[in-house]
Structure formats: structure tokens, C-alpha cells
Design a protein around this ligand. Structure first.
Ligand SMILES: CCC(=O)SCCNC(=O)CCNC(=O)[C@H](O)C(C)(C)COP(=O)(O)OP(=O)(O)OC[C@H]1O[C@@H](n2cnc3c(N)ncnc32)[C@H](O)[C@@H]1OP(=O)(O)O
Length: 297
């Protein structure tokens, strides 16, 4: 009996680790327990639209609360990330908010009800696992920021490879004003994106980051200018299409080598790069390019 329980436990642990989770039962994290707690705070939804082109759009949808994250939306997000992990044709992902604003963080009604430290830690581990898996998806991801990305919403933007901002939009880590620090992994990721000096300023000052400042410190890649050239979503799709053009296995390999370079010590990243290289070397796209004697003038 002990054997069965421990081997099942080990398999679950390995599955969770291979999905890129940070926390498992060895850290006192029981996924089912926290899922049940979160489901008790319903409202809103997370919508996923996958397209034949290999592009997906994930929409945070709770407009009456400025797209704040209810408990059930946190569970929804985890499920959508699982779907994306299994999407073999995926190349690109855009994360956006419904109705012209990104996300106002966690739903303060749920936060008030889950305000004891134990529940707060469980929610934090759940969201860190989900957002870590989001960032590690084998596709290139972009947060399309319109309106406001506040608190947990600002943290969510850092779980994408790139951020594109609409004119007039704001990213603000308001945690200090709430007597908090980021807990969804947003601080650790922010330091890697803008460096520790800038991260300290943004968190310490709860600075309102407009597109100009975001470009200056490297938080945003581009401001989506150009009225009359389509919706912000269409403009984000155009921007992303430059990087997702080509066969899915090649784009996914690109993401994997960059991800391992970003996250792993050099010797491990080099070994991963060798393994990923092996998946594309002699593959259909490689053979086709060799046969067509392509030149890169
Ligand atoms: C992980 C840590 C965290 O994320 S802590 C949460 C951090 N976020 C916040 O504190 C956001 C608080 N909200 C605000 O500052 C404002 O509502 C913002 C987003 C600036 C919008 O202002 P304004 O355009 O004037 O609209 P409003 O205040 O009337 O809001 C419309 C309705 O949405 C609601 N709302 C907004 N944010 C949240 C939230 N995070 N949780 C729960 N509800 C939220 C407002 O309460 C308001 O609802 P109602 O119309 O009064 O019923």
C-alpha cells in the first residue's frame, strides 16, 4: 500500500515538474484543496480562442469588475494554460482584457474573504504555478495592455514574453498601496525584465508606468500607435506575426532555447539547446530549406 501511494505521489510530482510547476505536495501545496476554495468565489471567465494560423487569444473577462480575477477565474486560467500546453500547432499567444482594459488584479471581494495567511499563501502558490507554466508555454506570448494593468494584472503582464501597450494605458504594481508585495511571481519576473534598480523603483514607488516610461526601461516592446489601422488586437496580431511566421515545430524550438537560456545555468542551457537542436535538425523544415538552396540576402 505504501509502495502504491509513494509511486503515485512520485509520478504526480514528476508530471507537475515536467509541466513547469514551482510547487507540489512536497511544499505543502494541494492543488485540489485550493481549487475548491477558489471555486467558492465565482464570477467572470477566462476565454481561449485558438486559430488555425497557430495564434491563440486568451481574454480576461470580468468587465463589471475591471477584469479583476475572481477565484473561479484563477481556476479557469489554470485550465486554459493546460489546454495551451497540449496544443501542438500553437506558435503565438496574445493575452488581453475584455472591454478595453487589461486587469485590475485579484478580486478584492475574494481577497477579503481569503485574508488569512494560510489561504493567501495557497492562492499565491496556485497563481505562481499557473503563471510560471504560462511563461514556459512553447509559444511566443504577448500581453496586450489597454486601459489598466494593476496589482496582479501587472504581474500577469510579466508572465508573457513581450508587452505591447495601447496609447493611454498604464501598468502599475499597486501592491505597496495595499500593504502587500507581489506574490504571483511578478517581482522575480520584473527584476529579470527591467533589472533590479528599475524594479525597486516601480514596486517601491507603486509607479504608474505609461507607455513612454515602459519603452524607456524595457518593460514594453512597442506602443500600438496608428488609428485607422485596425483594432489593438489586430495590431498586436500583426506585430506578433513577424515572430511566429514559419512551421510550429521551429517556432516552438526557438521559444524553448530562449527559455532555457533565460532560466537555466549555462551548462544545462547548452545541453537543452543541443537536445532541442536535435528535434529540428533533419526535420521537414530543415530538409525543405536545404532542397530549395535558400539564400539570405
Ligand atoms: C495580487 C494583489 C492584487 O491584485 S490586489 C488588487 C489590486 N487592485 C486594486 O486595488 C484595484 C482597485 N480598483 C481601482 O483602483 C479602480 O476600481 C480602477 C481599477 C482604477 C477603476 O476605476 P474606475 O474606472 O473609477 O471604476 P470603478 O472604481 O467604479 O470600478 C468599476 C467596478 O469595478 C470594481 N473593481 C475594480 N477593481 C476591482 C477589484 N480589483 N476587485 C473587485 N472589484 C473591482 C469596482 O469596485 C467597481 O464596482 P462597482 O461598480 O462599485 O460595483
Amino acid at each position: 500500500m505504501y509502495h502504491i501511494a509513494s509511486s503515485t505521489h512520485l509520478i504526480m510530482l514528476l508530471q507537475r515538474q515536467s509541466r513547469g510547476c514551482v510547487y507540489s505536495s512536497v511544499h505543502g501545496f494541494q492543488q485540489e484543496e485550493i481549487r475548491e476554495k477558489l471555486q467558492a468565489f465565482p464570477g467572470g471567465s477566462i476565454e481561449l480562442l485558438t486559430q488555425e494560423s497557430g495564434l491563440a487569444v486568451l481574454t480576461i473577462n470580468y468587465p463589471s469588475r475591471m477584469n479583476a480575477f475572481s477565484g473561479s477565474m484563477m481556476v479557469d486560467l489554470e485550465e486554459r494554460v493546460s489546454q495551451l500546453e497540449g496544443w501542438t500547432d500553437g506558435k503565438g499567444l496574445i493575452v488581453q482584457g475584455a472591454s478595453g482594459t487589461f486587469c485590475s488584479g485579484s478580486d478584492l471581494n475574494a481577497v477579503r474573504a481569503l485574508s488569512n495567511p494560510q489561504d493567501g499563501m495557497k492562492m499565491c502558490m496556485f497563481m505562481q504555478n499557473t503563471l510560471t507554466r504560462l511563461l514556459r508555454l512553447p509559444m511566443i506570448s504577448v500581453a496586450l495592455v489597454e486601459g489598466r494593468a494593476l496589482g496582479g494584472g501587472a504581474e500577469l503582464t510579466t508572465a508573457c514574453d513581450f508587452r505591447l501597450m495601447a496609447p493611454g494605458s498604464v501598468i502599475q504594481f499597486v501592491h505597496k498601496h495595499m500593504g502587500l508585495v507581489p506574490g504571483w511571481g511578478g517581482a522575480a519576473r520584473l527584476v529579470r525584465i527591467v533589472g533590479s534598480q528599475n524594479a525597486l523603483k516601480l514596486l517601491g514607488g507603486a509607479v504608474k508606468v505609461d507607455p513612454e516610461l515602459a519603452l524607456q526601461i524595457g518593460l514594453a516592446e512597442e506602443v500600438l500607435q496608428g488609428e485607422g489601422t485596425g483594432t489593438p488586437l489586430q495590431r498586436a496580431e500583426n506585430w506578433l506575426s513577424v515572430y511566429t511566421k514559419g512551421p510550429a515545430p521551429v517556432i516552438q524550438a526557438v521559444k524553448k532555447v530562449v527559455l532555457s537560456g533565460r532560466e537555466l545555468p549555462l551548462s544545462e542551457a547548452l545541453r537543452t539547446e543541443k537536445d532541442v537542436f536535435g528535434t529540428v535538425w533533419g526535420g521537414p523544415a530543415n530538409m525543405q530549406a536545404l532542397a530549395s538552396k535558400s539564400k539570405h540576402r
